[in-house]
Design a protein around this ligand. Structure first.
Ligand SMILES: Cc1cc2nc3c(=O)[nH]c(=O)nc-3n(C[C@H](O)[C@H](O)[C@H](O)COP(=O)(O)OP(=O)(O)OC[C@H]3O[C@@H](n4cnc5c(N)ncnc54)[C@H](O)[C@@H]3O)c2cc1C
Length: 408
């Protein structure tokens, strides 16, 4: 029986320190520039690829870390560097998880490497679920996938929005409706291979935060993809749809929705990103409070400031523990009986918003300027309570799970 420990092992500490070095030496110094440029920081992604930080191998290694802490540790360190640049580095992972969660071994082996490219020719990938009228309400999705049996092809039509790396990705993973009668149970995920005709980038959004990360609409006009691009394969889809139809008639075992499977797996990782941003802002605030003097003494000498820092650090540590618990549970095959994944994302994202706002307060006027990074961190932190399910949706998931009631 393994001894209980909350300590990272030596190998994990080594990886953490290596990532921290990259975040401190490469990401952080580039953060303000790419935030202003509002462009994908390709040179930084390339640098990460050269070092092996942007590669399928590295993420697979962290994903399969038997303790479950590999991915949260990675996210925390990279997002500590800068959220926008880090999302440009890890955004491909959401599409990769979409394939890992729903794809066959062959699909994983074929498509995930193409999502990353290699150090000499880096590529990114996009996961496209959200639509203008289907954000939290995934059931309102309209993008249709229709099977053309004669050609063994799927034909996709619709508009996706807010897709990270949308339109600039080598591989797009698109969630679409295959059976509108079944609501979210009638959805399936498809690979859209590189250079497929009919897929184009719509509007690129100008954003409040994480501005180095590309977010855009993806327009799908008669996009034809081969039958083997349906994640999981046709037989599995037909079985799943048959079970869903049966359940619709009789009630019975729940059938999992494809996009939801992706989100469940990725929520603790988003919590870890939020912990990284919160920790970065807290460290800036702590340092500033020790060095800034007013009334003849450092401002940290005042309980009004020191207690804020005490709360900030306590909440960050609590958030990390929830994230680690959820990641450990997911990796060791324990079911989220109490929506532990959602709890971790909810608490960590709300903590990041609160802590970055407090950091601005502690830095006073300087905190409000772009001369200091907490201003950017505060803008960046706002995303965590929105994407991958808003805080309200996390609360719904938690409340429904705890109560067994259809809370609205
Ligand atoms: C920068 C960025 C990157 C993104 N990346 C991706 C991506 O890569 N792929 C992708 O598919 N999507 C992506 N998204 C989309 C993101 O997941 C959605 O924005 C999110 O799910 C919320 O949907 P919405 O914006 O339509 O908000 P809405 O669903 O319209 O919600 C608006 C408000 O109403 C509240 N609300 C809605 N329903 C309820 C309810 N039942 N009870 C209580 N409150 C409710 C929400 O909590 C929110 O406060 C991204 C978004 C952003 C901003």
């Amino acid at each position: 029986m393994a001894e209980f420990t909350m300590e990272l092992n030596d190998e994990q500490k080594e990886v953490r320190d290596w990532l921290h070095g990259f975040a401190a030496d490469v990401i952080r110094p580039a953060a303000a520039e790419w935030d202003e440029r509002e462009e994908t920081p390709w040179p930084v992604i390339q640098e990460a690829a050269k070092l092996g930080i942007y590669s399928l191998d590295f993420y697979a290694q962290q994903f399969f870390d038997p303790t479950g802490l590999g991915i949260p540790m990675t996210m925390e360190e990279l997002f500590w560097g800068d959220a926008g640049i880090a999302l440009s580095i890890v955004g491909t992972g959401l599409a990769a998880v979409g394939v890992l969660a729903n794809g066959t071994e062959e699909q994983i082996g074929t498509w995930v490497p193409q999502m990353y490219g290699d150090a000499n020719d880096v590529k990114v990938a996009a996961f496209c679920s959200s639509e203008p009228d289907a954000g939290s309400d995934v059931g309102a999705m309209r993008t249709r996938a229709v099977y053309d049996e004669a050609k063994d092809e799927w034909v996709l039509n619709g508009t996706k929005t807010w897709a990270t790396n949308g339109g600039i990705a080598n591989v797009h993973v698109v969630v679409a409706v295959v059976d509108p009668e079944l609501g979210t149970k009638g959805h399936a995920s498809f690979i859209v291979p590189p250079n497929t005709p009919g897929l184009s980038q719509g509007q690129k959004f100008k954003k409040h935060g994480i501005r180095a990360s590309h977010t855009a609409e993806v327009v799908l006009e008669n996009v034809r993809v081969p039958g083997h691009c349906l994640l999981g394969g046709k037989d599995k889809l037909d079985e799943r749809l048959a079970r869903a139809r049966e359940r619709a008639k009789t009630g019975g075992e729940r059938v999992k929705n494809a996009a939801m499977a992706t989100f469940e797996a990725s929520r603790p990782a988003v919590g870890a990103m939020a912990v990284g941003t919160a920790r970065a802002a807290y460290e800036e605030a702590l340092e500033y409070a020790k060095t800034r003097s007013q009334f003849g003494r450092p401002i940290i000498d005042n309980q009004g400031v020191a207690f804020q820092l005490a709360d900030m650090r306590t909440q960050i540590d609590a958030a990390r523990l929830l994230v680690w618990r959820a990641s450990w549970m997911a990796t060791t095959g324990k079911k989220f009986e109490n929506a532990e994944g959602s709890m971790s994302k909810l608490y960590a994202s709300e903590t990041a918003k609160k802590v970055t706002a407090q950091a601005i307060q502690i830095l006073g006027g300087n905190g409000f300027t772009r001369e200091y990074p907490v201003e950017r961190m505060h803008r960046d932190a706002a995303i965590y309570t929105i994407f991958e399910g808003t805080s309200e949706i996390q609360r719904l998931v938690i409340a429904r799970t705890l109560s067994g009631m259809p809370i609205r």
